[in-house]
Design a protein around this ligand. Structure first.
Ligand SMILES: [Fe+2]
Ligand SMILES: [Fe+2]
Length: 270
């Protein structure tokens, strides 16, 4: 299975490059499924139903979110009826929406996508390790589903790595989101799970994690509350990972970071 997971789309600049480039990427890479983290798509704060529809139309099969899931209040009533839009699995019982979804692809193959949220520097969520275990008790890679992707939405790289090792060999891809900076550690873990600590945001990198740098600086420099920050509007870089899995085992064969447009430069090959 050929998968693309696109990191946190931030604001209008991030949406623009996804809408422009995803259709071409989808056909050039012969993708079977596309996952997009959309928690910052609406001006940096949450996502709206209209933005979800635009992302689906551009080729996203499933959208994950994160701690910003309820920034746009209209999502509260929208999540329950939208199986292609996830919020973290380990939110409190009774939270609208779902933390995992099974997609049936064109040729009958099944892809499970889930999101867990870390707890270090993140707030009071249920144990993500326990949430992952109860998910994997129901879904067995290579038996009940052909591939499993888990969005690790966390601040600390240590917690993301630990979560990935806890699931190594039982999922196809463990991909970090939330910190908005791509990491250079894409690899296949010993058990066969593809991993990256953070995919990186899809947004303007002349910014502070996608937001207006002047307002962000002012917030670091003063106790006096300033204006609410807004997404940076310069040319965006699309950050994603491409993963190819073995349909028999569900394990990863290949993981490659994808970077298009904007300011970020690819790494120099050896
Ligand atoms: Fe984010
Ligand atoms: Fe986040």
């Amino acid at each position: 299975m050929r998968l693309l997971f696109c990191g946190d789309v931030v604001g209008r600049a991030g949406r623009k490059i996804v809408l422009e480039r995803l259709p071409e990427l989808r056909s050039r890479l012969a993708l079977d499924a596309v996952i997009v983290n959309g928690e910052n798509a609406a001006g940096g704060f949450g996502i709206t139903p209209a933005i979800c529809r635009d992302l689906y139309a551009a080729g996203a099969d499933l959208i994950t979110t994160g701690n910003h899931v309820f920034d746009q209040r209209e999502l509260i009533g929208y999540l329950d009826g939208e199986p292609r839009l996830l919020r973290p699995l380990n939110m409190m019982p009774g939270t609208p929406g779902r933390g995992s979804a099974e997609l049936r692809l064109a040729n009958g193959r099944k892809l499970l996508v889930a999101q867990v949220m870390g707890r270090l520097f993140m707030g009071a969520y249920d144990d993500p390790f326990r949430a992952a275990e109860s998910l994997l008790a129901k879904h067995v890679l290579g038996a009940t589903v052909h591939a499993i992707v888990v969005d690790l939405h966390a601040e600390a790289t240590s917690e993301k790595m630990a979560l990935a090792h806890a699931m190594d060999g039982r999922i196809s891809l463990a991909a970090g989101t939330h910190t908005h900076v791509p990491t250079a550690d894409a690899q296949i873990l010993p058990g066969g799970t593809a991993y990256i600590s953070d995919i990186g945001m899809t947004g303007d990198y002349d910014s502070v994690i996608g937001m207006n740098k002047a307002i962000a600086l002012q917030r670091f420099r003063s106790h006096v509350p300033g204006p609410r920050n807004t997404a940076a509007l310069g040319e965006a870089t699309l950050c994603a990972v491409f993963v190819e899995t073995d349909d028999a085992t569900g394990l990863a064969r290949r993981i490659e970071p994808v970077r298009l447009g904007g300011r970020l430069r690819p790494a120099m090959a050896e």
